[in-house]
Design a protein around this ligand. Structure first.
Ligand code: ARG
Length: 315
């Protein structure tokens, strides 16, 4: 007779750190053009449902202690809910976006305006207008002292040089080859940006990039195609909680086994436009002098931010 001894559930040993996110409510969300393989123009979207789902993501971030700033949406820009694409902020330095598709190009100015107005609050005095096409954190993933950068569908290689120059960080360029994983944040997610742990789906990358990832990240969590297509890599991690699309079942288990706390979030309406959790979330990484504020002052700033957002927030 064999006895099966169940392994004890490993308690989470991961450390969360407080984050600041910029998000944009899906007030004018719809799918009326197709600029990626997920979008079917004219497919019905339930905007109220989209809004409920988005608000639940905001609430989950706030419940975990994170600050959420709200960017005013603009009528006629249905993809603005995907705020990750609007800019990349690294240690207070902001590289604005330049969109690949005309349909989204006007979003860039709205982000630019927000960063120029609020940048001072996070030490963001360098707001850089890009020359080459880049879609913000859709294709830039920020590690402790490197940036992983996607190319192949949207962001151009020339933009990789621009972000390297602005931030002074080494950039690892990764070629995307699967049209269903057209942004880096649909193929790879950062789990721990201090210890540089990531998860990715190898099938989304060209052969050389796949080899590079395997060499640089031997302890990465490897996602299945099913997970990737359920947007299971389009998650946001604070180092401990991983906010992840509800349908990515295997990834959720992998995360748990690796000591993270997965927080499933259902964004099924937004997936109709080819985006989920990470796409909705632009991380504002403050300049180091701002990040080093004494805890109390930081907490006060956090509360002020929240009440401002509440006043501005959606009902
Ligand atoms: N419909 C949008 C587009 O194709 C979705 C963007 C998703 N954003 C992301 N960070 N992957 O541009």
């Amino acid at each position: 007779m064999t006895t099966t001894v169940l392994a004890p559930v490993t308690p989470s040993v991961r450390q969360a750190s407080p984050r600041r996110y910029l998000m944009c409510p899906p007030r004018y969300f719809e799918v009326r053009y197709a600029i990626n393989a997920w979008m079917q123009p004219g497919i019905g979207v339930d905007r109220r449902r989209a809004m409920r789902q988005w608000l639940a993501l905001v609430a989950a971030y706030r419940a975990a202690g994170h600050q959420v700033d709200v960017l005013e949406p603009v009528e006629g820009l249905p993809d603005m809910v995907f705020a990750a694409n609007g800019a990349t902020v690294v240690a207070g330095r902001v590289l604005l976006a330049r969109f690949a598709n005309r349909e989204r190009s006007s979003e860039a100015a709205v982000h630019a305006e927000w960063h120029r107005r609020h940048g001072g609050g996070f030490g963001g005095h360098h707001v850089r207008q890009p020359v080459a096409v880049n879609e913000g954190e859709g294709d830039f993933a920020v590690l402790s002292n490197r940036i992983l950068a996607g190319y192949g569908f949207r962001t151009s290689l020339r933009a990789h040089a621009e972000i390297a120059e602005l931030t002074g960080r080494r950039v690892v360029s990764l070629e995307l080859v699967d049209p269903l994983c057209y942004h880096l944040d649909t193929a790879l997610m950062i789990l721990d940006d201090r210890a540089d742990q990531i998860a990715y789906y190898p099938g989304a990358f060209g052969a050389a990039s796949r080899r590079r990832l395997a060499r640089l990240f031997p302890d990465a969590l490897i996602a299945t195609r099913q997970d990737a297509y359920a947007f299971g890599l389009n998650g946001v991690s604070d180092g401990r909680h991983v906010f992840i699309p509800a349908g990515a079942l295997d990834m959720t288990e992998l995360l748990r086994a690796a000591g993270y706390d997965p927080v499933p979030v259902d964004l099924s309406e937004l997936i109709k436009a080819g985006g989920s959790v990470k796409c909705c979330t632009q991380e504002i990484r403050p300049a180091l002098e701002t990040a080093g504020l004494p805890a109390q002052r930081a907490a006060v700033r956090h509360r002020i931010g929240q009440s401002q957002d509440r006043r501005r927030g959606e009902r």
